[in-house]
Design a protein around this ligand. Structure first.
Ligand SMILES: Nc1nc2c(ncn2[C@@H]2O[C@H](COP(=O)(O)OP(=O)(O)OP(=O)(O)O)[C@@H](O)[C@H]2O)c(=O)[nH]1
Ligand SMILES: [Mg+2]
Ligand SMILES: [Zn+2]
Length: 308
């Protein structure tokens, strides 16, 4: 217990969360000083990128008293629950690689999560040095056609193509484990700040995998957040309409369905299904959306009062 007098002597300062260790957070202040902070109570609702009010206890410890209003936020989810991934970012770089092969469904899911959160997304295909890269790049052409920026790069040998897209922004690196997010951070800051997983050939899995989100500064106005590779995004909070609106190429067709509340699953007079049949929307993307929507429905039926 602290007495009132002690509390009055403690300093309240505003800072930004630059690392989210789960129970503890690293908060950076205007003078670039960083302090490990706890968040009192059961609520662990701070996340990387958050602007926070901190009560400093001595020079090296603090507690987060208040989390500022967020401009945007992304959630990741595992089998059991959703957790915050990062907040207040300017854009997301979705990092994918030909080896280990990225999951196309994870890419589509990342795009939905970003669109729904109002976060511009750039697709970066890493490991350009690998022979499988060119074919993977060709497979991404449909994404460029619907308006996404697609970059080809190698964290190991050439991260330059990514640079101009980062300038003056806070970018969030997202992607499955082993795609090269931490390697990309190290290439950008030109130092081994983030732990890179060495692939174990026998297990086809990485070691030294990243376990928490952390913000790294590239220059005064440019920063990037490395995140752990995760299973899925948390999209529970979205309405069905928001899911459909997060499919960028669906947008021109959404008002034209026969039924106002059309889900674009199998309804007659559906403009989205019609657009797919006439070649304006890729069948793969419509199928992805339909599977996602059905899973979304099931989850809501199973957990009607579920809260984060
Ligand atoms: N050949 C090649 N390998 C790369 C490249 N970038 C990363 N890698 C390798 O890919 C493996 C995974 O890299 P990480 O940076 O740890 O991957 P990550 O996305 O941070 O993975 P998690 O932290 O588990 O989410 C390591 O063995 C890297 O050396 C690249 O451009 N080319
Ligand atoms: Mg990593
Ligand atoms: Zn429809």
């Amino acid at each position: 217990m602290t007495t009132r007098r002690e509390r009055e002597q403690q300093v309240v300062a505003e800072g930004r969360v630059v690392a989210d260790f789960g129970r503890e957070f690293l908060v950076e202040f205007a003078d670039r000083r960083q302090v490990v902070c706890s968040r009192k109570g059961r609520k662990q609702d701070a996340t990387c990128g958050d602007f926070v009010e901190v009560r400093l206890v001595g020079a090296a410890q603090g507690s987060i008293e208040r989390v500022g209003t967020r401009r945007n936020i992304l959630y990741r989810s595992d089998q059991w629950r959703e957790k915050t991934l990062a907040a207040n970012v300017d854009q997301a770089i979705i990092l994918i690689a030909p080896k280990p092969a990225y999951s196309p469904a994870f890419l589509d899911l990342s795009l939905v999560a970003c669109e729904a959160a109002g976060i511009p997304a750039v697709i970066a295909l890493n490991k350009k040095d690998l022979p499988e890269h060119d074919e993977a790049l060709r497979a991404l052409e449909p994404y460029a056609r619907i308006g996404y920026t697609v970059i080809s790069m190698s964290a190991k040998f050439d991260s330059a193509p990514l640079r101009p897209h980062l300038e003056g922004k806070l970018s969030l690196l997202v992607g499955q484990s082993g795609m090269g997010k931490s390697k990309t951070v190290n290439a950008l800051v030109m130092s081994d700040v983030a732990r890179v997983g060495e692939m174990s050939a026998s297990l086809e899995a990485g070691t030294h995998t990243t376990t928490f989100s952390r913000l790294y500064r590239l220059d005064r106005d440019t920063a990037i957040i490395d995140t752990p590779g995760f299973q899925s995004f948390g999209l529970f909070h979205l309405t069905e309409r928001q899911v459909a609106e997060a499919m960028r190429e669906f947008l021109p067709h959404l008002g034209a369905c026969k039924f106002n509340d059309c889900s674009h699953l199998a309804e007659p007079g559906c403009a989205v299904i019609h657009a797919m049949e006439s070649g304006q929307i890729r069948a793969e993307r419509l199928t992805f959306y339909q599977v996602l929507l059905e899973q979304h429905r099931e989850l809501h039926e199973k957990h009607p009062d579920w809260k984060r």
